[in-house]
Design a protein around this ligand. Structure first.
Ligand code: HEM
Length: 422
């Protein structure tokens, strides 16, 4: 699995006995203790660990919530209220889960943009990146289905709007879209049947997600971590063991992240949600303004920017699918990191701005000037990936990176006297 030899030496008879039969301790030691980590990682490299924490926290809180939640149209809303009022610490567990979903997305977006900035997706990390995109899709599907479960007004109408998107396929094969929508609903309208199947899938998908994360981390440990210079580890001086160096940095970052997380949980538990979800689902009353959770807003803006329904749906799914091809769309082969790409750097920040602008526009009504700007930013989003990345990669004059990771941290001292670099 790893590209370095294990120096694990089991102490005592019991440890030796295990090691000869099931070398789990050896595996953990090789992969998470001795594992060579670039010595120059900054705090953006702590988000993988933070994400792993988020996943475990969502699973733990979700499993407890599932013990009290009732997945039927008649009982769901009240059961969520009962969890908040009558279950011991139910208010805390339910808020940890709801706020936790948002924090998970905060972390995943930082993690993803880190990858785009430092070119972490470039060879040999293409599979690692692609697994990341599938993880993102699984997270989105899980979050969407989870949002349906409280069965409030926004839950109900979000399910109605999003499942209805599939009806756009009717314009390719008449009847196909409608059949798919009815199949998803389990009937001719969004009902308690729809809720029950969403609950089943909301419980299943996190385990698929966990499987994808295991593959993601496995792939990472085959190729090793990249770093802000984008250079590979060449000598011992370029790396430090994962424990205690990277682990303590990860722990510190996780602590800071938890401060923000807990601030929301204890001081603004409803800030990231929508007030309408405190009203029970009502098929006869459409909210004046249906909005998804904040982390879906950029995609929602893309969907509504395009007047033709099918094209809007294709653009929305396309905005994620395009990420799968980034390792090949980016033609810059001389360096990985934007540190040495003076022009790409600006386009990267333009993309960040574009995504934020789309997020803002997704929360606004789809009319007038908002639609105009949503179209401009949607166009740039695709131009960035389909034109800027390939063309810039070929024509940009990149800067010369340092000779090694060690040199980027220690200056010439590392190359002049390797003993100083240990
Ligand atoms: C549940 C979600 C995820 C988890 C638990 C996770 C976990 C991790 C971990 C532990 C690392 C190593 C530490 C680090 O570099 O921060 C990592 C690296 C990486 N992840 Fe993820 N990840 C997730 C989602 C994603 C997504 C959505 C993408 C991109 C689409 C992605 C792309 C990458 C890449 C390219 C690296 C290597 C970075 C480098 O070494 O420069 N990951 N991930």
């Amino acid at each position: 699995m790893a590209h370095h030899e294990s120096t694990y030496n089991p102490q005592g008879r019991w440890a030796k006995w295990w090691d000869e039969r099931l070398p789990v301790a050896r595996l953990m030691n090789t992969q998470f203790v001795e594992f060579p980590t670039p010595r120059n990682l900054n705090y953006l490299w702590t988000f993988g660990g933070i994400l792993t924490f988020c996943l475990v926290a969502q699973l733990a809180t979700g499993i407890v919530l599932a013990m009290h939640y009732q997945p039927s149209g008649a009982e769901a809303f009240d059961s969520v209220d009962t969890i908040r009022r009558d279950v011991n610490y139910g208010w805390l567990i339910s808020k940890l889960h709801a706020v936790g979903a948002s924090m998970f997305f905060v972390a995943v977006y930082i993690h993803l943009f880190r990858g785009l900035y430092y070119g972490s997706y470039k060879a040999p990390r293409e599979i690692l990146w692609i697994l990341g995109v599938f993880i993102l899709l699984a997270m989105m599907a899980t979050a969407f289905m989870g949002y349906a479960l409280p069965w409030g007004q926004m839950s109900f109408w979000a399910v109605t709007v999003i499942t209805n998107l599939f009806s756009s396929l009717d314009s390719i094969i008449p009847g196909l879209g409608t059949s798919i929508v009815e199949w998803l609903w389990g009937g001719y309208a969004v009902t308690g049947k729809t809720l029950t199947r969403f609950y089943s899938l909301h419980y299943l998908l996190p385990f698929v997600l966990t499987g994808l994360v295991v593959l993601h981390i496995w792939a990472l440990h085959v190729v090793g971590q990249s770093n802000p210079t984008g250079l590979e580890i060449k000598t011992k001086a370029d790396a430090v063991p994962m424990y205690p160096y990277a682990v303590s940095k990860d722990a510190f970052a996780l602590f800071a992240f938890l401060l923000l997380f807990m601030w929301f949980v204890f001081f603004a538990p409803d800030y990231l949600g929508h007030a309408d979800n405190y009203k029970p689902a009502d098929a006869l009353v459409t909210p004046s303004h249906i909005v998804p959770e904040w982390y879906f807003l950029p995609f929602y803006a893309i969907l509504r920017a395009i007047p033709e329904k099918l094209l809007g749906v294709l653009a929305m799914f396309g905005s994620i699918a395009v990420l799968l091809f980034v390792p090949w769309l980016d033609r810059c082969r001389t360096v990985r990191s934007a540190r040495y790409r003076p022009v790409y750097k600006w386009f990267f920040w333009l993309l960040v701005f574009t995504c934020m602008a789309l997020g803002y526009l997704g929360a606004k009504p789809a009319e007038g000037v908002y639609v105009f700007w949503a179209r401009i930013f949607t166009a740039y989003y695709f131009i960035h990936f389909l034109l800027v990345l390939p063309i810039l990669g070929l024509i940009e004059t990149t800067k010369k990176p340092p000779a090694s990771i060690a040199e980027s941290v220690l200056g010439d001292v590392a190359s002049a006297d390797p003993s100083k670099a240990s």
